[in-house]
Write a protein that binds this ligand. Structure first.
Ligand code: SF4
Length: 284
């Protein structure tokens, strides 16, 4: 068994938060550049250029990609050979790492305590949203994703009629896009969860929204549905920042799971282009 020290995990999380805050992931940059080539509207090209320029300045000057430095999602994948020191207090240690990284890098603290009444800033961007799962790969996988409030506000759940087919899913996504996409700084990534339960389908949509754009669906039917939805979203003409153009979305990912025969849960996450994610694996 590998004994992984808390200090190693905290250091890795702090580094990943900084990396994600200042640099767009390669797949997102590539997708923006790819869609820029397809754009015919000059104002849309200008906006996509500004997004790339913003990324270059952020990386060079170590400045946040967006003023909203987001909720901190931390996903851990624990390998079969891993023993984590003081695991009973793991979430507390992770929160400390998040607090230190936000303070050190001058990232905006955005989390409030009571959601309905006091809404007082916790002043350290905690608690982080931690998910721990067990996997078969050796070592400890750590993924950090920072998701802003505007993007979070574009999250939807619908319990559809079980007989609704793919056309209804397309219709539903397009309704959501037409009504809401301008609230989350398009171009976006449409993350769609289909199946499981009301609680779990939202996790599927989150996983879909956070998935790399160069990882396509294993299932041909779902892969074709992803491509069709992306095309339909870009057929709306809403464009970057809602100012017209082709590039309303740079990707569409679907995650699905078995569900009860009387249900068809569907969740849609419109993830803004500022998808800040970074990951690493601790092997010792
Ligand atoms: S939606 Fe995304 S790009 Fe827009 S303000 Fe929020 S985090 Fe920033």
């Amino acid at each position: 068994m590998k004994n992984i020290k808390i200090t190693t995990i905290k250091t890795a999380i702090a580094e990943l938060i900084a990396q994600a805050s200042f640099n767009l992931p390669e797949d997102i940059k590539e997708a923006i550049l790819k869609f820029r080539e397809k754009e015919t509207r000059s104002s849309a090209v200008k906006i996509l250029d500004l997004i790339i320029k913003n990324e270059q300045i952020a990386g060079k000057e170590r400045l946040p990609l967006c003023q909203d430095c987001g909720n901190t999602y931390i996903d851990l994948e624990v390998g079969p050979d891993v023993f984590i020191e003081d695991s009973a207090n793991l979430c507390r240690h992770i929160d400390r790492a998040v607090a230190e990284a936000y303070k050190k890098n001058y990232l905006r603290m955005s989390i409030v305590t009571d959601p309905l009444y006091e809404r007082v800033n916790t002043r350290d961007n905690t608690p982080a949203l931690v998910t721990i799962r067990y996997g078969s790969r050796p070592g400890l996988g750590i993924s950090v994703t920072l998701k802003g409030g505007g993007s979070e506000n574009c999250s939807y759940l619908s319990m559809e009629n079980p007989s609704a087919g793919p056309e209804r899913i397309i219709e539903m996504v397009l309704e959501i896009v037409r009504k809401n996409v301008t609230k989350c700084c398009p171009p976006v990534i449409a993350g769609i969860g289909i199946g499981s339960t009301a609680t779990e389908v939202v996790r599927l949509a989150k996983a879909a929204a956070f998935r790399r754009l160069d990882i396509r669906n294993d299932d041909k039917k779902y892969r074709m549905l992803e491509e069709r939805i992306l095309e339909e979203i870009n057929g709306t003409g809403i464009g970057p920042q809602g100012l017209g153009g082709y590039t309303t979305a740079i990707g569409c990912n679907i995650e699905y799971a078995p569900c009860h025969m009387a249900t068809l849960p569907v969740s849609v996450f419109l993830q803004c282009h500022s998808l800040r994610r970074a990951g690493s694996r601790i092997l010792q």
